[in-house]
Design a protein around this ligand. Structure first.
Ligand code: GDP
Ligand code: MG
Length: 832
């Protein structure tokens, strides 16, 4: 019995026998475990019937809210209950609100809230404890000789609060007995609420402990003590935002005077009664490398350990990665073959090698990055500048006026480098594939296999390969900017702007990657914390014109625009960005009406990037793109080639062949006349062949869809082949407009044939198909319509089939409408 007179022995669901009933008092364990149980219906006040609980039987079967569920015995041990008789149970109804009856049943057992005071030394815990409990514990600057906690009880509203004054610690690692004690207390006693007391006049240091509590995923309220000091310094803190960023209530207090204590208690009761509804659990983002390691360790835990919700696996994984011996031993007890420890050791070694730093230091660095980000957003320094957090570089880079020009400079530099440096290897690759095609043409006998190799595989894959250098260079620069920590600052200054479009500053990075390739960009959205941000970013990223579309623009712009070429290209890119903004705004309104979420933008420590790391990160991003080239694009080019190649014979084609033979044998012509005539006939023959091929027939079938846009069937077919990969559009056009015309110094062969191409039927017969307007409409269509199959696969994987389908129809619909609008404009402007 404790001094309040009720039993300290709590009953749990595992103790209730078959056929008996219990009413739930509380669930202990870490946040996501509690959350899962609550989703199954295990909430305070709910009644449970035990269907089957045999002594050696695991899991145990329960009836709750009319349904049957089973819990493992160790899980059931975490659900505290008050046993009730069948009669009481049958009359008892609970509709999610605590009634008088609930109160009566739960009685005293359910009316005790265990609260643990956790905070740095001298932040005012004991003062708080004394004021709250009315006890007179010694207050002042002493460090406890014995490591112990004081327990005090007091009434608040209808509850008995059991408040534990724990020793002060700066951290919750294993280095001092106090730290160990506090951590063990939290992990094993499972206080209902952890009351984190932080010294407001020394926030940065105090919040470090808070980040560890966040990792542990415990239900939390924060008392921001010494608030008088903060005000005296003239500092300003946006408490609402900070509370929203952290995901738990924050109350300002002056505990030496007892100010704010009632408010804290009110929040505690509130949180206890509606656990999980008022709070969200946030994850501190440790950066790509550490997150990857944490995930791997977690995976291994899921496979090998039966931790049963006692501890947050993420927390354990972080601590093991940081090399915490105590946690490693704890996990080791559950882990019979030691495989988790092995993975953790491996990952730690990888991380330490890569950063050339102690893993624990890297983890703390990331924690401070989180704190820095949170404070930069909420804290304004008053007069005392000596206490100012010393991030002068951040002050500059995130400065309201200088931040943007600096960002624009970096982006400009990055894209400039990508295309100027990339031009060399691109040219080498192009000439290499050209040479390869020539060699094969010369050495192989004529026939289908040769055509397949030269026109299909080499032309298709070669064309795509020549973009690889640009992609790699772009990803290299992005990785360098990320590794230095600059990207996080860029996200920070973009945040306000991105918020206007319903997005988060962090979406900025996927967007930038999207200019290279949508696939890694979509993968990069994983760093966004909430689903709304992720989905909005994923479905709008394809509007960032990927580098694969660039060759189409370059082709058309140089063929049809002699002036303002740069301006036109820029306007295409801008239009993509505008469409992304508009789409995001619309989808947010429709699909995510009431989601409002703010997250801390971590400002990780600045690091000098190493070449090795940048290459590793570049590689991570490129792998997806390379896979796409090796599989999808190869298969697609072969399929498209086959659709163009077959049927390969037919009466009309045979007629051309005969004619060619006849010309060859004609004695009245000179050799020169012969070869021009034959060349012309061969050209006509292949045009006729394509027109009658499967893809030609299909193109003509869908031509009416494209006709209102001023596109002919060849354009339609080229667009459709872009489904495989946008790079293919240009090679399809090359085939469909049989670009064997002579190139001159001003334009390539393909450009020439586009310029000379005329309508062969319909009202415009004889008029050129491509006008600058049509070319522009076509570019806009290319920009906006459905993403390639690789990007769609990525969307499906990250957001689900529904969003993928939405994306296909939405983007294509928008593309059609936009191109149609351009067509209308052109009719008005030119009158044709
Ligand atoms: P603990 O080490 O966390 O238990 O902190 P104490 O409660 O022993 O307080 C340390 C010192 O800070 C004492 O001198 C308190 O009087 C003082 N103190 C506590 N809370 C406040 C506060 O809100 N404002 C100010 N100005 N001083 C406080
Ligand atoms: Mg104390």
């Amino acid at each position: 019995m404790n001094k309040d007179g009720h039993s300290e022995k709590v009953l749990t669901l595992a103790d209730v026998k078959t056929g008996e009933y219990g009413v739930i008092v509380r669930i202990t364990g870490h946040g996501s475990f509690r959350h899962r149980l609550m989703e199954m219906g295990f909430v305070r006040g709910e009644k449970v019937k035990v269907i089957r609980n045999a002594p050696l039987h695991d899991p145990i079967e329960y009836e709750i809210m009319g349904g049957h569920v089973s819990l493992r015995r160790i899980e059931a041990n975490r659900v505290e209950v008050v046993p009730v008789t069948e009669e009481v149970a049958n009359n008892y109804l609970f509709h999610g609100t605590v009634t008088e009856e609930t109160e009566r049943i739960l009685g005293k057992v359910g009316k005790t809230i265990n609260v643990a005071l956790v905070g740095n030394p001298n932040c005012g815990k004991t003062s708080f404890f004394n004021h709250a409990t009315g006890m007179r514990e010694k207050v002042g600057n002493y460090s406890g000789v014995t490591v112990d906690s004081k327990l005090g009880y007091f009434k608040f509203k209808d509850y008995t609060i059991a408040l534990a004054d724990l020793p002060g610690t700066y951290s919750l690692t294993e280095y001092t007995p106090e730290e160990l004690y506090v951590r063990q207390y939290i992990m094993e006693q499972h206080p209902d609420i952890v009351l984190n007391i932080a010294d407001a006049s020394n926030l940065e240091r105090n919040l470090f402990l808070t980040t560890q509590l966040i990792d542990m995923n415990v239900p939390m309220v924060m008392a921001l003590n010494m608030y008088d000091e903060l005000e005296k310094n003239g500092d300003k803190l946006d408490l609402d935002t900070l509370s929203e960023l952290f995901g738990f209530p924050i109350v300002p207090t002056v505990s030496s005077k007892g100010i704010g204590i009632q408010e804290v208690m009110a929040k505690i009761v509130d949180l206890y009664e509606n656990l999980e509804q008022h709070t969200k659990h946030i994850h501190i983002n440790y950066g790509v490398d550490l997150e990857k390691s944490i995930d791997l360790i977690k995976e291994e835990m899921k496979e090998h350990l039966d931790l049963s919700g006692a501890y947050s696996t993420r927390y354990l994984a972080i601590e093991m990665l940081a090399g915490d011996k105590v946690i490693s031993n704890l996990v080791g007890k559950f882990d019979d073959d030691g495989s988790v420890g092995k993975v953790a050791d491996e990952q730690r070694a990888i991380i330490e090698k890569r950063y050339n730093e102690d893993a624990a230091t890297i983890v703390s660095g990331a924690k401070y990055g989180f704190i820095r980000g949170a404070l930069l957003e909420t804290f304004t320094q008053g007069k005392d500048r000596s206490k100012q957090p010393a991030y002068s570089v951040d002050k500059l880079l995130t400065n309201r006026w200088l931040g943007f020009p600096i960002l624009i400079f970096f982006l400009w530099f990055m894209f400039q480098m990508t295309f100027t440096l990339g031009a060399y290897p691109q040219a080498w690759l192009e000439s290499f594939f050209g040479w390869l095609g020539d060699v094969i043409t010369r050495v192989m006998p004529d026939g289908m296999v040769k055509d397949l190799l030269v026109d299909g595989v080499i032309a298709g894959v070669g064309g795509v390969c020549s973009f690889l250098p640009n992609i790699l260079i772009l990803f290299f620069f992005i990785s360098v900017l990320e590794d230095t920590g600059y990207m996080a600052r860029a996200a920070f200054i973009m945040d306000k702007l991105m918020h206007r479009m319903g997005l988060h500053g962090k979406s900025f990075i996927p967007y930038i990657i999207g200019f290279g390739c949508s696939v890694p960009a979509i993968m990069a959205t994983r760093t966004l914390e909430n689903r709304k941000d992720r989905i909005l970013t994923i479905i709008t990223v394809p509007f960032m014109s990927c580098s694969a579309r660039l060759p189409v623009y370059l082709l058309l712009i140089s063929a049809f625009f002699t002036k303002h070429q740069g301006l036109i290209l820029t306007s295409i890119y801008l239009l993509g960005i505008i469409m992304a903004v508009v789409t995001s705004l619309i989808v947010k309104r429709v699909a995510f009406k009431n989601v409002r979420d703010q997250f801390v933008m971590e400002l990780p420590p600045y690091r000098i990037p190493t070449f090795r790391n940048a290459v590793i990160h570049m590689w991570d991003k490129s792998v997806q793109y390379l896979k796409k080239m090796g599989s999808v694009i190869l298969v697609a080019t072969v399929i498209i080639w086959a659709l163009e190649y077959f049927p390969h014979r037919g009466p009309e084609l045979d007629r051309y062949t005969e004619q060619i033979e006849r010309v060859g044998e004609d004695k009245t012509l000179t050799e020169a006349e012969k070869s021009t005539q034959i060349a012309q006939l061969e050209l006509d023959r292949s045009a006729c062949q394509i027109e009658n091929s499967y893809i030609g027939r299909f193109g003509k079938f869908v031509a009416p869809v494209f006709r209102p846009l001023g596109f002919d069937w060849q354009m339609g077919v080229s667009l459709i082949t872009g489904f495989a990969a946008k790079e293919i559009v240009v090679s399809s056009m090359g085939v469909l407009y049989h670009s064997d015309a002579e190139a001159d110094e001003n334009s390539s062969a393909l450009q020439k044939s586009l310029q000379n191409h005329t309508w062969s039927s319909g009202p415009d017969i004889g008029k050129p198909v491509f006008t600058p307007w049509v070319a522009f409409g076509f570019m806009v269509f290319i920009l906006l319509y459905f993403p390639c199959v690789a990007a769609l696969t990525a969307i499906k994987r990250e957001a689900g089939t529904g969003w993928m389908l939405f994306n296909i129809f939405y983007t294509t619909g928008v593309a059609w409408l936009a191109a149609f609008a351009i067509r209308l404009l052109s009719t008005l402007a030119v009158g044709c």
